[in-house]
Design a protein around this ligand. Structure first.
Ligand code: HEM
Length: 403
């Protein structure tokens, strides 16, 4: 059986419940958010460690803040990883599941690795001042584990693109290898393209830090200036390194893809250059450039995520696979429930983020405004209605199935 026929045979015969473009757009959007927070995790956990080892007062303060930023960003990265995980399972089900089965031990181990890295960061944060530099080891292991989590995700995403090799990976000698203990594919240039931006994005995070606390009287102005300047320098230098890493990845792609002509690639590379020029200027006044800087950086990530998806379509097009040919089994009810869950989630998450933002902006106790109170009440009401609908539907469908 040729690979194209094998893939068609393995597809879900039920088809997908809505036009694939919807899942694809949402997958790219949520992947962009996921990878941005992944970048914050890796960059912030590195700065936590680096600041701790450097040991001056400013570096120690920054290291403490970065430890908090690491755990908060890890929570966001995990939360925002679930969404593209669901979408990739809908439109690339055969590829994602096959890749997961081939490395199943690492898929399960991934959760343990993340839990350990997360816990070690917390221990490091809480215990760091107790005994000299001895707690650095917790920071080192946490950082290494976060990077390793990236290696696993990368291998899963890269194995997925190479169905012609699956059989070779599955067979060892003349028996099937069902252990799932190997990671079969790794492309350094691609991996670096996702990891190097961690230091650029964390540079922008530092610029935002200086911007966010600028009006607080209890914060040392010189310290904030130092953080902002260092952030802007980091952001600029690592964006330049990232451009070189991107070029390396581009050159290592199969030449018949002619990916350098891909419109998504060209747009995202253009955005990358605009970002680089912007960050060059940002070094003059990091606080003023911080907010537009993160928006421009996110736009660039979004462009790159579109290019990444366009590349995946080129890889899989070789096997005559296109998500646009997936069998459609339109189901408006479940699609509506899904999209309304998404919208409700945005309102609630927006409220939580707004409270977090406002409560840290001014020194002292946070006093909620009437409009924030209303937003809070609407969020709780929406959550209750959503639980009632989802639980109600579940009960009704279970009873119907039983009868
Ligand atoms: C801090 C821990 C994590 C790191 C460092 C990390 C890193 C990465 C990287 C580097 C990629 C891109 C791989 C590539 O295309 O070559 C990626 C993709 C992805 N990650 Fe994460 N990730 C983390 C946590 C998670 C979690 C917890 C989930 C799920 C709940 C998740 C879900 C995904 C998904 C669905 C993709 C895209 C797969 C695809 O489109 O092929 N990640 N991640």
């Amino acid at each position: 059986m040729d690979v194209g026929t094998m893939i068609k045979t393995l597809q879900d015969p039920m088809g997908i419940p809505f036009y694939p473009i919807l899942f694809q757009v949402l997958m790219i959007l949520t992947f962009s958010l996921h990878i941005m927070f992944v970048n914050f995790v890796i960059g912030a956990s590195f700065l936590t460690l680096y600041g701790y080892i450097k040991g001056s007062t400013y570096w120690k303060d920054l290291s403490r803040s970065m430890a908090r930023a690491t755990t908060a960003s890890a929570s966001m990265a995990i939360l925002l990883g679930v969404a593209p995980l669901l979408f990739v399972q809908v439109i690339y089900d055969v590829f994602w599941y096959a890749s997961n089965m081939l490395s199943a031990a690492w898929v399960i181990g991934f959760i343990l690795i993340l839990m350990t890295a997360y816990s070690l960061t917390y221990i490091f944060y809480l215990k760091r001042d107790s005994k000299g530099n001895s707690f650095a080891i917790f920071g080192i292991i946490a950082f290494a584990l976060f990077i390793f989590a990236g290696v696993i995700m990368h291998a899963l995403g890269y194995q997925l693109l190479q169905p012609a090799k699956w059989l070779d990976w599955y067979v060892r000698g003349d028996t099937a290898d069902t252990s799932g203990v190997s990671l079969h594919a790794f492309q350094l240039s691609r991996f670096l393209h996702f990891i190097v931006p961690s230091f650029a994005m964390t540079g922008i995070l530092l610029m935002l830090y200086a911007w966010y606390f600028k009006d607080r009287n209890d914060k040392d102005k010189e310290y904030l200036q130092w953080v902002g300047k260092m952030g802007a320098n980091m952001a600029f230098v690592f964006t330049a390194i990232q451009a070189a890493a991107g070029l390396w990845w581009l050159l290592s792609l199969p030449s018949k893809f002619r990916f350098f002509l891909d419109p998504f690639f060209l747009i995202s590379a253009g955005l990358g250059i605009v970002l680089l020029v912007y960050l060059y200027s940002a070094r003059k006044d990091p606080v003023r450039y911080a907010v537009p800087g993160i928006l421009l950086a996110f736009l660039t990530i979004l462009g790159m995520s579109y290019a990444r998806e366009s590349l995946r379509m080129k890889y899989l097009g070789r096997f005559d696979y296109s998500i646009f040919n997936y069998k459609l089994n339109l189901d408006y009810g479940s699609t509506f429930l899904f999209l309304s869950t998404f919208a409700v989630g945005l309102v609630i998450a927006g409220y939580l983020l707004a409270v977090a933002y406002k409560s840290g902006k001014a020194a002292g106790e946070y006093v909620s405004t009437p409009s924030m109170n209303r937003w809070g009440k609407v969020s709780i009401a929406l959550l209750l209605i959503w639980i009632a609908i989802v639980a109600g539907l579940g009960i009704v469908i279970s009873i119907k199935n039983y009868l």
